[in-house]
Design a protein around this ligand. Structure first.
Ligand code: ZN
Length: 153
């Protein structure tokens, strides 16, 4: 794989005790891209959510951000995805058929472990169709990576 950059995405819940978004940006440490037109507000379950996205130059930086955000109130479902530039540099990476996931062919980009067909994977794939994005969590290191589901041949 060529040089690659990564996105960390998370949901920000506007709940009591959640730090302001600029403080969350400081904690995450990446380059915020959520104010570049990607910001969206919607009402779900009574609380307002904002979609946050940061860009990082390496997976170790993303992992540090995941760790730093772990205890932050109001942050939900943080997950990693390749940037568009990363996808151009590495065509076909993080694109997979459901059958290949079940066969254990998804490889964690960080620790290089095979992601097994285990409980997390089962739930991640439920109700998904080709063209959907799913987050497959590495059983060994816990990295939540976004994959694009391809049609079966
Ligand atoms: Zn891993």
């Amino acid at each position: 794989m060529g040089p690659s950059t990564w996105l960390l995405r998370a949901e920000y819940l506007h709940i009591e005790g959640a730090p302001p978004i600029d403080e969350v940006d400081r904690i995450a440490g990446g380059k915020p891209t959520h104010f570049g037109g990607l910001i969206s507000h919607s009402v779900m379950g009574g609380s307002e959510r904002t979609h946050l996205v940061w860009e990082f130059a390496s997976l170790p930086e993303v992992r540090a951000a995941l760790t730093a955000l772990h205890e932050v109130r109001g942050i939900d479902d943080p997950h990693v995805a390749p940037t568009d530039a990363n996808r151009v540099m590495n065509p076909g990476a993080f694109e997979i058929r459901r059958s290949e996931v079940h066969a254990g062919k998804a490889i964690c980009p960080d620790c290089r472990a095979r992601i097994p067909d285990y409980e997390d994977t089962f739930f991640a794939l439920q109700g998904t169709y080709p063209g959907d994005e799913v987050v497959l969590r590495c059983e060994r290191c816990g990295l939540p990576m976004t994959w694009l589901i391809l049609a079966e041949e």
